[in-house]
Design a binder for this molecule. Structure first.
Ligand code: IMP
Ligand code: MG
Length: 187
Protein backbone atom coordinates (compact mmCIF):
# COMPACT_ATOMS: atom_id res chain seq x y z
CA UNK A 1 0.00 0.00 0.00
CA UNK A 2 1.35 3.41 -0.95
CA UNK A 3 1.23 6.10 1.68
CA UNK A 4 1.84 9.75 1.04
CA UNK A 5 3.49 12.17 3.39
CA UNK A 6 1.53 15.38 3.46
CA UNK A 7 1.90 18.51 5.51
CA UNK A 8 -0.72 18.86 8.19
CA UNK A 9 -1.58 21.72 10.45
CA UNK A 10 -2.67 21.39 14.05
CA UNK A 11 -4.09 24.39 15.85
CA UNK A 12 -1.83 25.39 18.75
CA UNK A 13 -3.25 28.82 19.57
CA UNK A 14 -6.80 29.50 18.44
CA UNK A 15 -7.75 32.99 17.24
CA UNK A 16 -9.79 33.85 20.35
CA UNK A 17 -6.87 33.12 22.65
CA UNK A 18 -4.53 35.20 20.50
CA UNK A 19 -7.00 38.11 20.52
CA UNK A 20 -7.33 37.99 24.32
CA UNK A 21 -3.59 37.95 24.85
CA UNK A 22 -2.93 40.72 22.31
CA UNK A 23 -5.52 42.85 24.15
CA UNK A 24 -3.66 42.27 27.44
CA UNK A 25 -0.33 43.21 25.88
CA UNK A 26 -1.87 46.37 24.44
CA UNK A 27 -3.23 47.37 27.85
CA UNK A 28 0.15 46.74 29.46
CA UNK A 29 1.93 48.90 26.86
CA UNK A 30 -0.70 51.61 27.29
CA UNK A 31 -0.06 51.64 31.06
CA UNK A 32 3.73 51.55 30.70
CA UNK A 33 3.83 54.53 28.29
CA UNK A 34 0.93 56.55 29.69
CA UNK A 35 0.98 60.14 28.42
CA UNK A 36 3.70 59.41 25.85
CA UNK A 37 3.88 58.74 22.13
CA UNK A 38 5.15 55.42 20.82
CA UNK A 39 6.65 54.25 17.55
CA UNK A 40 5.79 50.66 16.70
CA UNK A 41 8.51 49.12 14.55
CA UNK A 42 7.39 45.92 12.86
CA UNK A 43 9.84 43.31 11.63
CA UNK A 44 8.66 42.34 8.14
CA UNK A 45 6.96 40.26 7.13
CA UNK A 46 5.96 38.00 10.00
CA UNK A 47 5.02 40.72 12.50
CA UNK A 48 2.60 42.63 10.28
CA UNK A 49 -0.60 40.98 11.53
CA UNK A 50 0.48 41.07 15.18
CA UNK A 51 1.39 44.75 14.80
CA UNK A 52 -1.93 45.56 13.13
CA UNK A 53 -3.90 43.96 15.98
CA UNK A 54 -1.63 45.08 18.84
CA UNK A 55 -1.63 48.70 17.67
CA UNK A 56 -5.43 48.82 17.90
CA UNK A 57 -5.26 47.67 21.52
CA UNK A 58 -2.87 50.48 22.43
CA UNK A 59 -4.61 53.62 23.65
CA UNK A 60 -1.74 55.98 22.89
CA UNK A 61 -0.64 58.25 20.08
CA UNK A 62 1.18 55.67 17.95
CA UNK A 63 3.12 55.74 14.67
CA UNK A 64 4.32 52.82 12.57
CA UNK A 65 7.56 52.01 10.84
CA UNK A 66 8.94 48.75 9.45
CA UNK A 67 12.26 47.08 8.86
CA UNK A 68 13.25 43.76 7.40
CA UNK A 69 16.06 41.48 8.46
CA UNK A 70 17.24 38.23 7.00
CA UNK A 71 19.84 35.66 7.74
CA UNK A 72 22.53 34.75 5.26
CA UNK A 73 21.75 31.51 3.45
CA UNK A 74 18.55 29.87 2.35
CA UNK A 75 17.23 27.79 5.21
CA UNK A 76 14.49 28.53 7.70
CA UNK A 77 17.02 28.22 10.45
CA UNK A 78 18.83 31.37 11.46
CA UNK A 79 22.47 30.89 10.49
CA UNK A 80 23.84 33.27 13.07
CA UNK A 81 24.58 36.07 10.59
CA UNK A 82 21.84 38.64 10.22
CA UNK A 83 21.66 41.53 7.77
CA UNK A 84 19.31 44.43 7.36
CA UNK A 85 17.21 44.09 4.20
CA UNK A 86 15.09 47.19 4.72
CA UNK A 87 15.85 50.05 7.09
CA UNK A 88 13.43 52.36 8.87
CA UNK A 89 12.03 55.38 7.05
CA UNK A 90 12.24 57.64 10.10
CA UNK A 91 14.72 58.66 12.79
CA UNK A 92 14.15 57.05 16.20
CA UNK A 93 16.34 59.42 18.19
CA UNK A 94 14.57 60.45 21.39
CA UNK A 95 11.49 58.33 20.63
CA UNK A 96 9.76 55.51 22.48
CA UNK A 97 10.31 52.54 20.21
CA UNK A 98 8.54 49.22 20.53
CA UNK A 99 10.09 46.62 18.27
CA UNK A 100 7.37 44.19 17.26
CA UNK A 101 8.43 40.67 16.21
CA UNK A 102 6.43 37.55 15.44
CA UNK A 103 8.62 34.99 17.16
CA UNK A 104 11.73 34.89 19.30
CA UNK A 105 13.61 31.73 18.42
CA UNK A 106 17.42 31.52 18.57
CA UNK A 107 17.56 35.18 19.61
CA UNK A 108 20.03 36.05 16.86
CA UNK A 109 17.71 38.39 14.93
CA UNK A 110 16.51 40.38 17.93
CA UNK A 111 19.99 40.69 19.42
CA UNK A 112 21.15 42.14 16.12
CA UNK A 113 18.19 44.50 15.74
CA UNK A 114 18.28 45.79 19.32
CA UNK A 115 21.99 46.50 19.05
CA UNK A 116 21.39 48.35 15.78
CA UNK A 117 18.50 50.45 17.12
CA UNK A 118 20.21 51.29 20.43
CA UNK A 119 23.02 52.98 18.50
CA UNK A 120 20.41 55.44 17.22
CA UNK A 121 19.62 56.70 20.74
CA UNK A 122 15.90 56.12 21.20
CA UNK A 123 14.42 57.44 24.44
CA UNK A 124 13.17 53.93 25.25
CA UNK A 125 13.46 50.66 23.37
CA UNK A 126 11.18 47.74 24.21
CA UNK A 127 10.60 44.46 22.43
CA UNK A 128 7.22 42.80 21.95
CA UNK A 129 7.33 39.23 20.66
CA UNK A 130 4.10 37.37 20.11
CA UNK A 131 5.77 33.97 20.55
CA UNK A 132 8.84 32.83 22.42
CA UNK A 133 10.54 29.46 21.89
CA UNK A 134 12.95 29.80 24.81
CA UNK A 135 14.38 26.28 24.39
CA UNK A 136 15.82 27.26 21.02
CA UNK A 137 17.90 30.18 22.24
CA UNK A 138 21.54 30.26 21.14
CA UNK A 139 22.02 33.90 22.19
CA UNK A 140 20.44 35.06 25.44
CA UNK A 141 17.51 37.42 24.86
CA UNK A 142 14.48 38.44 26.91
CA UNK A 143 11.59 40.33 25.34
CA UNK A 144 9.74 42.93 27.43
CA UNK A 145 6.33 41.78 26.23
CA UNK A 146 5.73 38.14 25.31
CA UNK A 147 2.43 36.77 24.05
CA UNK A 148 2.98 33.05 24.52
CA UNK A 149 5.88 30.82 25.43
CA UNK A 150 5.62 27.79 23.16
CA UNK A 151 7.47 24.50 22.87
CA UNK A 152 9.96 23.84 20.11
CA UNK A 153 7.57 23.29 17.18
CA UNK A 154 7.59 25.02 13.83
CA UNK A 155 4.49 27.19 13.72
CA UNK A 156 2.63 29.10 11.02
CA UNK A 157 -0.32 31.45 10.76
CA UNK A 158 -1.14 34.90 12.11
CA UNK A 159 1.73 36.29 10.03
CA UNK A 160 4.16 33.39 10.40
CA UNK A 161 5.10 31.44 7.30
CA UNK A 162 6.50 28.21 6.03
CA UNK A 163 8.17 29.04 2.69
CA UNK A 164 5.95 32.17 2.44
CA UNK A 165 2.74 30.18 2.88
CA UNK A 166 0.12 30.17 5.63
CA UNK A 167 0.66 33.75 6.83
CA UNK A 168 -3.06 34.47 6.50
CA UNK A 169 -4.31 31.69 8.77
CA UNK A 170 -6.27 33.13 11.68
CA UNK A 171 -4.98 30.53 14.15
CA UNK A 172 -1.38 29.70 14.99
CA UNK A 173 -0.74 26.12 13.90
CA UNK A 174 2.01 23.56 14.22
CA UNK A 175 3.25 22.17 10.92
CA UNK A 176 4.04 18.50 10.85
CA UNK A 177 4.44 15.75 8.31
CA UNK A 178 1.78 13.10 8.42
CA UNK A 179 0.90 9.98 6.49
CA UNK A 180 -2.33 10.36 4.57
CA UNK A 181 -4.20 13.42 3.41
CA UNK A 182 -4.04 17.02 4.43
CA UNK A 183 -6.04 17.87 7.51
CA UNK A 184 -6.55 21.58 7.72
CA UNK A 185 -8.94 23.03 10.23
CA UNK A 186 -7.37 26.42 10.59
CA UNK A 187 -8.05 29.69 8.93
P1 IMP B 1 15.82 33.96 15.47
O1 IMP B 1 16.88 34.89 14.98
O2 IMP B 1 16.23 32.53 15.39
O3 IMP B 1 15.26 34.31 16.81
O4 IMP B 1 14.75 34.02 14.34
C1 IMP B 1 13.54 34.57 14.41
C2 IMP B 1 12.93 34.44 13.02
O5 IMP B 1 12.95 33.08 12.56
C3 IMP B 1 11.48 34.84 13.07
O6 IMP B 1 11.34 36.20 12.80
C4 IMP B 1 10.87 33.96 12.01
O7 IMP B 1 10.96 34.60 10.77
C5 IMP B 1 11.72 32.73 11.96
N1 IMP B 1 11.11 31.62 12.73
C6 IMP B 1 11.59 31.04 13.82
N2 IMP B 1 10.79 30.06 14.27
C7 IMP B 1 9.74 30.05 13.43
C8 IMP B 1 8.54 29.25 13.36
O8 IMP B 1 8.26 28.36 14.16
N3 IMP B 1 7.69 29.54 12.34
C9 IMP B 1 7.93 30.51 11.42
N4 IMP B 1 9.03 31.27 11.44
C10 IMP B 1 9.93 31.04 12.43
MG1 MG C 1 10.24 36.85 10.77
Amino acid sequence: MRTERARTLRVLLPRARIARRVRELGRQITRDFRGERVLLVGVLKGACIFLADLSREIGLDASFDFLAAGSYGQSNETSGQVRLLKDLDTSIEGRNVILVEDILDTGVTLNYLVRLLRERHPKALRVAALLDKADRRVQPFEADYVGFRIPNHFVVGYGLDYAERYRNLRDICVVRMRKGGVKHKAG
